[in-house]
Design a protein around this ligand. Structure first.
Ligand SMILES: [Cu+2]
Length: 697
């Protein structure tokens, strides 16, 4: 985790344009011009602006516990209480507060402050003691410098046979991580804020992620700027050149032509922006971008018979977990909380229309603070594009060749977070039928373990003995050989989505649908395939910690128990799994911050402090850390209450040779479909009707 985007722009007033005006002027060219976020605060949920960051900086400057080396790791809008936002009317004043997390190396601790932005005062200040905010860019850079100058690290590398002329970083990519678990991280009962360095042999190539020096790691005391420990476990060395350089045509092979699908109408011409509010074919929502979560959608609603009906108050990726399957000492600590350890928005990078994105994409900048609390423009962080996705519906009446049809046009809104070797595109999909969804595109480079083997060992056995059952073993037990000496280690990716549903108001409920096959009966079920549906309405949060079950086609419906249609149905939205997996975290660990991956579905009553599935500070969390979803899911009622749904979306990555040196994108997703929300599908209005003429074939 250290490949960060360096293309941040300096902030100047001329860089700002009002988004609505600029969006209207985007021409149908392949590369739409750069469009920045609006500077004016128009709504209580708008992200902090450059002017506000300047006020926040002044507000915290006088805090006595801050020193010369203080940096600001995490600064974002502290959202007003939900009731205040819902009661607010345009033109009325509203509160502006910021969360400011300051790191104080002098005091070896961090502080969490709430700042009144208007009044320029600090409302509260909490010493975080043993809680560690996510690691900042500056801390990684400083730690790299410490490692690079360490004679002990150099000696450890040379002891493995490497010759190092000049600096360590001339030969090795010093790859930095949040440290995970390690006994060296706690001294006299106190947590030492640290990062962990690994070493990848560049082998003279451009790609940072060459073969790792297996088993060698350095822990760096971040506040002390010193080596805390060197972990040197036995491990193989890549004795040959590894064809991992993804920036080399010699590795990729000859370039193949790809047909350009042509320029679609620019998405910007179909979107209606009013500040950070977006409207598209009935959909109506706000967006913001922050360091922890990246993109956040607010107040998602749908226009139905002339008024916007609320569906979801807030939707964002609340946490990620990437647990690796290899139990050896070089890998056992690898259980990454990508949000709580790195900040998904802090490590987000730019995507470009006509390059990584379709050429009709609209790409917007974010304004985020740097570690000295100066605002900067992070270009191209949020994208919007329309795409075709097959049929919305279609029918041909065979008797007279009448057609009814519509194509499914979708709006895609997302961002990409670059957590070191992996690039995750997280995007929300809005559809004409009133459904929406979340998709993850998992991309980048898998983490490889260097081993001695040159060929697949289990394949050799299978080739010899034929049909039978085989287990992977030896050095290849926990991964797939993807290239000679390179083992792509098996792992999982878990994304937790937090969706604060407000279906036609805040008082909602949740029920589970299980499809039941009735027992065969000569009278009541003569063919044996009768199906009925069991509906279970949850009473408490604890009851609603649930797993998917494809044996019963399980799904969940969030609904408004006071809002029923003419035919008696509740207005609801159904959570429908597209892809998912089992959890590699075993049952005996239930209760830890990782537990959000041990159930796919969770419901909690709304609580203004519960935003993240592994809590606010999972990085180096202490043993008594109780701030996580598994603890939020208690005996409180979730019936006819303001409920929050948390959905864990997993992918088990049994790596393939084709994932090396760069993996083709893996897709994961979940859908949210109206169930009883509409009297009839809003898709019907898009129907086109015609009839084939008699002489057409
Ligand atoms: Cu993976």
């Amino acid at each position: 985790m250290s490949g960060r985007d360096q293309t941040t722009g300096l902030l100047s007033r001329r860089n700002f344009v009002a988004l609505g005006a600029a969006a209207a002027t985007v021409a149908a060219t392949a590369a739409p011009p750069h469009i920045t976020v609006p500077e004016q605060v128009m709504h209580p949920l708008d992200p902090l602006t450059a002017a506000e960051f300047a006020r926040i900086k002044k507000a915290v400057a006088g805090q006595p516990m801050l020193g010369r080396r203080t940096t600001y790791g995490w600064v974002q809008l502290h959202e007003p209480p939900k009731a205040e936002v819902l009661a607010w009317k345009p033109g009325k004043p509203f509160r502006r507060e910021a969360l400011v997390v300051a790191l104080s190396p002098e005091n070896r601790t961090a502080y969490e402050m709430i700042v009144d932005v208007h009044a320029q005062t600090v409302l509260s200040n909490r010493n975080l003691h043993d809680l560690q905010p996510f690691v900042t860019e500056d801390e990684f850079d400083a730690a790299i410098a410490v490692v690079d100058e360490s004679p002990k690290v150099k000696a450890a590398l040379e002891a493995r046979g490497y010759r190092i002329e000049g600096k360590i970083s001339d030969r090795f990519f010093i790859d930095m991580y949040a440290p995970g678990d390690d006994p060296a991280l706690v001294r006299d009962g106190t947590t030492i804020r640290a990062v962990r360095a690994l070493f990848a042999d560049k082998q003279g190539g451009i790609n940072d992620y060459g073969p790792y020096v297996e088993g060698l790691m350095a822990l760096v005391d971040v506040y002390g700027e010193s080596i805390l420990a060197i972990r040197d476990f036995p491990g193989a060395i890549a004795t040959r050149h590894v064809p991992e350089d993804i920036f080399s045509r010699a590795v990729l092979g000859p370039e193949k032509p790809a047909r350009d699908l042509g320029i679609s109408p620019p998405t910007s011409s179909r979107l209606r922006f009013d500040g950070n509010q977006v409207r598209w074919h009935g959909w109506n929502f706000r967006y913001s971008f922050n360091q922890r979560e990246g993109l956040v959608l607010h107040q998602i609603g749908f226009e139905d018979e002339g008024r916007v009906r609320s569906i979801c108050y807030r939707a964002a990726v609340s946490e990620m977990l990437v647990p690796y399957a290899d139990p050896s000492p070089g890998w056992i600590w690898r259980e990454f909380f990508d949000s709580g350890e790195y900040g998904l928005g802090a490590v987000a990078v730019r995507l470009r229309a006509g390059k990584e994105l379709p050429n009709n994409a609209l790409v917007l900048d974010a304004v985020l603070p740097d570690t000295s609390l100066e605002a900067r423009i992070d270009p191209g962080r949020v994208f919007f594009y329309e795409r075709e996705n097959g049929a919305l519906f279609a029918h041909v009446q065979a008797s007279d060749k009448r057609h009814i049809y519509a194509r499914a046009k979708e709006l895609v809104v997302g961002y990409v977070t670059n957590v070191g070797n992996y690039d995750y595109i997280f995007q929300w999909i809005f559809r004409l039928d009133g459904s929406f969804g979340f998709e993850g595109e998992l991309q980048g480079m898998i983490l490889d373990k260097t081993i001695a083997d040159l060929t697949c060992s289990v394949c050799k056995e299978e080739a010899t003995r034929g049909p039978g059952v085989y287990e992977t073993g030896g050095d290849q037990e926990f991964g797939t050989l993807v290239s000679p000496q390179m083992l792509g280690v098996t792992h999982q990716h878990w994304i937790n989505l937090r969706l604060d549903f407000d279906i036609d108001g805040t008082a909602n409920a949740v029920e589970e649908y299980n499809v039941k096959r009735l027992p065969p009966n000569p009278k009541t079920n003569p063919a044996g395939r009768a199906l009925s549906v069991t509906r279970t309405v949850f009473g408490t949060s604890r009851e609603a910690c649930r797993m998917l079950n494809d044996q019963t086609n399980r799904s969940w419906v969030v609904y408004n128990p006071s809002k029923r249609s003419q035919i008696g149905h509740f207005a609801g939205y159904e959570i429908e799994a597209i892809t998912n997996t089992f959890s590699s975290i075993p049952g005996y660990r239930y209760g830890e911050p990782t537990s959000f991956v041990q159930r796919h579905f969770w419901v909690t009553p709304y609580d203004a402090r519960q935003f993240y599935a592994a809590g606010w500070y999972p990085n180096q969390h202490p043993e008594d850390y109780g701030d996580s979803l598994v603890r939020y899911a208690d005996d409180r009622s979730i019936y006819d209450k303001d409920v929050v749904v948390w959905y864990s979306l997993g992918f088990t990555h049994v790596t393939r040779p084709e994932d090396f040196p760069i993996m083709p994108s893996e897709r994961v997703g979940v859908n949210f479909k109206p169930r009883g929300f509409f009297a009839k599908s809003p898709a019907l209005g898009y129907a086109r009707l015609d009839q084939e003429s008699s002489h057409s074939s």
